[in-house]
Design a protein around this ligand. Structure first.
Ligand SMILES: Cc1cc2nc3c(=O)[nH]c(=O)nc-3n(C[C@H](O)[C@H](O)[C@H](O)COP(=O)(O)O)c2cc1C
Length: 203
């Protein structure tokens, strides 16, 4: 079966993409508004854009009812954020934080989520997150300004916090991080089913 994106439209294209581009890691992003309100929201259109320098990429799916979501609005004005990694024990709070709270309400306060001051940025992160990437806005790329179009945020990583309790032999142990990923619809996955493969060496 083949689908022409122009014929099926953006909603069906979205469903095919979020159903097949899985599992997606979740950037649980804290930002500060111009009025100092500490915002928190999950974004699963999230990946690494560069390691040298370290840069993260997150995409806003443009809302239909307003120019931008709070995260992008805040990044445009205050330029900093913390990308908190979501372990399974934080899943319910992460999900609750995606509700459409007004810009003057902090999800931290509304949901009783404990914050931790940033090390290199003014924005606080989620205290219970075992990994926190502190970032400064590098660039905003408006891939499409249409509703459901994408606005990509490129974020320079300026500090990486790792809780020592998730390290094993100096490396992050996936079973200790216990990160969750996003599938299509309302489905999520854990990282508990793992297998190993060495990369091939051509002789
Ligand atoms: C697990 C999860 C992943 C999400 N990923 C995205 C995403 O990648 N892009 C996006 O625009 N919205 C995404 N959303 C929806 C936003 O979190 C939601 O619109 C939220 O209200 C935005 O908050 P903000 O206005 O405080 O930025 C996701 C929601 C959940 C629960």
């Amino acid at each position: 079966m083949n689908f022409d994106p122009l014929s099926i439209g953006p909603t069906q294209s979205y469903r095919l993409m979020v159903g097949s581009i899985i599992p997606r890691p979740i950037a649980w992003i804290s930002t500060l508004s111009s009025k100092n309100v500490l915002n928190l929201a999950p974004y699963s259109f999230f990946t690494v854009a560069s390691c040298n320098p370290p840069v993260l990429a997150v995409t806003q799916v443009n809302p239909r009812d307003r120019a931008a979501k709070d995260t992008l609005t805040n990044l445009r004005t205050t330029k900093e954020c913390v990308v908190n990694i979501v372990s399974e024990n934080l899943a319910a709070e992460m999900n609750a934080s995606c509700a459409d709270y007004p810009a003057d309400v902090s999800e931290f306060d509304a949901l009783g989520i404990e914050s931790e001051p940033g090390h290199a940025v003014k924005v606080a992160g989620v205290k219970a997150a075992n990994v926190r990437f502190e970032c400064v806005l590098r660039e905003i790329i408006e891939v499409s300004t249409l509703p459901m179009g994408g606005t990509m945020m490129l974020l320079d990583v300026v500090n990486i916090y790792v809780n020592e309790s998730i390290l094993s032999q100096g490396q992050i142990a996936p079973e200790l991080l216990d990160a969750i990923g996003k599938l299509g619809g309302d489905l999520y996955t854990t990282t508990r089913d793992r297998f190993e493969m060495s990369r091939p060496i051509l002789k």
